[in-house]
Ligand binder design. Structure first.
Ligand code: ADP
Ligand code: ZN
Ligand code: ZN
Length: 665
């Protein structure tokens, strides 16, 4: 009898939308190849995937399996904890493993390539800069973090300027001294360059890798390889850097942990903050979540004792917090949307040659153009939304799909030539201020005026050089910038967010107001914040006046608990889109019917409804909310449900996805 040579198979995760692995023959493969990239035949071509297992048997008949094209041994294998991290994301977010890995790998590596080598000139060791003495609260925080021997989640709560970053840097310093690696996640904002600078100034001898969307492909792949090989000491980046392989990872920091940009809104809909917490738990290391206005999820964990609360109650550089005043606009007739009190405060600043900022979180000239004669309004023909009037370049523009049109000379409905802008955006405010303060140098900062990083940097430079007296800005300007001569912040048009349909809207508004308020009076000049509102008694505004995050959070958590919203429940959203709303809703009804036998008593299935933005780019959109107080039960249900849904025969033009822990409703 002929003795058959034992066969070896590799199980490969491929970037295809199927929740399974693919087996191939690879007779020279050994267990050491797990985590390597591999080229395999797939369909009529080849694909690059990742080997997640090497086995002596396959579920499929061996003669049906094709051999691999090539195992790519030109890069160290992805380590087991990285594979496990991807597996966790695949399970938790119900996303195929191969697609999770494809997302987590830089594009070049995903395609089976390697970046060209780049010569790095060895640098002479540089003296590290002298450090300021820590405040007692900072000292206590650093000690707590550096003495954590196993998984501990810390919530570092302190207003902007309270010295949180200094705490991160000290903790990282201690880490580097032990030969470990640090990972620091920051929101997706134009602020990363400043922080990068601060980190590399602080650690001139450390190898710092930046990972964000602004990093070019080759550099991104090189950064990934440097961390994989253990050459990098610190990774600093936006949400995607949570997937960087770090063999000696000793600490994770998530700065501005409440920031919405940590949640990805397409493809793999992960929350980098939550994945970071999982990763710290997996590795048994500490994680620091820092914020002036923590997410209610995180604050709730801290209240319940699952996270350790570290408080930095005062600003590190002596500066009193700004005085916040509420301007009750019910009692007066506003002039171009501005109250007499705000106008007076702006004139004062102008006279004193100090800077002011008027915060209005709505760009464009006016949110809509209307015909008073027949009621026509400028709607987007592709979305259930209005076209925003942009007078700066004389266009109507949909902020959801980007569709543009010329401003009609006359009403398309009735021919009336007297069309009116309705409501107010940053451009209109700019025009009003320019008229009222002709001597003032006014700068508008929003996504239109700062449409490229270069324009944005130029605007920032102009502000810093003192070339502007008045700034008009959206939330773009709220974050992290330090403008020495800025002493007044006026807030207009914020009320809308109080009553928005999304239950997280007040949380976001509070964070924005605290952030934008923190822009004023950061140095020796006292700061003032004026908030115009028709709802002066709102607890949210009272909490801003008192600088009392805890009061706001308790109030919100009570509301959330009464309504059974997160963090008192866990949610998942099934969304569908199709040319007709009926198709989307029918699919969701069918999905709901399929869910019923699977859903235990602890799972609540809501009714399918149109989304708030019911049409986007000519597609009608519906959603179905699933909720439970029991996370493992919800997870088990979602897995079983997804298996059924993937078998559904749906019309070609219908698309659907599941969003676990949705952040938008
Ligand atoms: P946050 O991250 O909370 O906004 P930072 O760490 O950036 O605060 O600190 C704000 C400013 O105060 C920075 O300029 C920082 O260098 C400075 N700073 C922080 N801690 C101290 C300290 N203990 N002594 C002196 N200056 C400090
Ligand atoms: Zn008309
Ligand atoms: Zn549109």
């Amino acid at each position: 009898m002929e003795v058959r040579k034992p066969m070896t198979f590799v199980r490969v995760a491929l970037d295809v939308p199927l929740p399974r692995l693919f087996d191939y023959r690879a007779d020279d493969a050994t267990a050491a190849d797990i985590g390597l990239r591999v080229q395999v035949p797939f369909g009529t071509g080849t694909k690059c995937g990742v080997i997640v297992d090497v086995t002596a048997s396959s579920d499929q008949p061996a003669e049906k399996l094709k051999p691999v094209a090539a195992i790519l041994r030109d890069m160290p294998p992805l380590p087991p904890d990285w594979l496990a991290l991807c597996e966790f994301c695949s399970r938790y977010y119900q996303h195929p493993l191969g697609q999770v890995m494809a997302f987590a790998l830089p594009p070049l590596l995903r395609k089976g390539k390697l970046p060209r080598e780049k010569k790095i000139n060895p640098r002479a060791a540089v003296d590290t800069p002298a450090l300021p003495a820590l405040l007692p609260e900072q000292q206590a925080a650093v000690e707590a973090i550096t003495s954590a021997q196993s998984f501990t989640a810390f919530l570092l709560h302190g207003v902007t300027g309270s010295g949180k970053t200094e705490v991160y840097l000290r903790a990282i310093d201690a880490l580097l001294a032990q030969g470990k690696q640090g990972l620091m996640l920051v929101p997706e904002i134009a602020l990363t360059p400043q922080l990068e600078q601060r980190v590399s100034n602080r650690f001139p001898n450390a190898h710092v890798v930046a990972a964000h969307s602004g990093v070019a492909d080759a550099a991104r792949a090189r950064g990934f390889l440097d961390t994989l090989a253990g050459r990098a000491d610190i990774v600093l980046g936006t949400r995607l850097s949570v997937f960087m392989p770090l063999p000696r990872l000793g600490l994770i920091v998530v700065d501005e942990e409440h920031d919405a940009s940590f949640k990805q809104q397409e493809g793999l809909r992960y929350s980098a903050r939550d994945v970071a917490v999982f990763r710290a738990k997996q590795l048994g290391i500490p994680i620091v979540l820092g914020s002036a206005t923590p997410s209610l999820e995180t604050f709730h964990h801290a209240q319940a004792g699952r996270y350790r609360l570290l408080e930095l109650p005062r600003r590190a550089v002596a500066a009193a917090p700004p005085t916040v005043r509420i301007i009750d606009t019910r009692k007066e007739k506003l002039q171009d949307g501005l109250s007499a009190a705000l106008i007076a405060a702006l004139s004062e600043r102008l006279a004193r040659r100090e800077q002011s900022l008027v915060f209005l979180n709505r760009r464009g000239y006016a949110p809509v153009l209307v015909c008073p004669a027949c009621g026509w309004v400028s709607r987007c023909r592709r979305c259930a939304a209005n076209m925003v009037l942009h007078l700066a370049d004389r266009r109507l523009r949909c902020h959801h799909c980007g569709l543009e049109a010329a401003i009609p000379r006359a009403c398309p409905g009735c021919g009336n030539q007297d069309l009116h802008p309705f409501g107010r955006g940053t451009q209109r405010l700019e025009a009003a201020l320019a008229e009222r303060f002709p001597a003032a140098r006014i700068l508008r900062i929003d996504r239109d005026s700062a449409s490229t990083p270069a324009k944005w940097q130029a605007l920032l430079a102009a502000i810093h050089a003192g070339e502007a007296d008045m700034l008009i800005g959206t939330q773009m300007l709220a974050k992290g910038h330090d403008f020495p001569r800025l002493t007044l912040v006026g807030v207009v048009g914020a009320d809308e967010a109080l009553f928005a349909a999304d239950f997280r809207s007040p949380e976001r508004l509070f964070a924005q107001l605290m952030q934008v308020g923190g822009r004023s009076g950061r140095h020796n000049l006292p700061g003032e914040v004026l908030i115009q509102t028709e709802y002066p008694a709102q607890p949210l505004y009272r909490a801003v006046v008192e600088h009392d995050y805890a009061a706001f959070a308790r109030n919100q958590l009570n509301d959330r608990q009464a309504a059974g919203f997160p963090p008192f429940s866990y949610q998942a959203m099934l969304r569908a889109e199709a040319p007709e709303m009926a198709q989307a809703i029918d699919f969701l009804h069918a999905a709901r019917a399929a869910a019923e036998p699977l859903a235990a008593a602890v799972i609540a299935l809501y009714d399918p409804v149109p989304m708030r933005l019911a049409r986007l780019k000519n597609l009608e959109r519906g959603q179905l909310l699933v909720e439970s107080q029991n996370r493992p039960a919800l997870q088990a249900f979602l897995a079983a449900w997804m298996a059924l849904l993937r078998e559904f025969k749906t019309p070609r033009e219908l698309r659907w996805h599941l969003d676990v822990d949705p952040a938008e409703y």
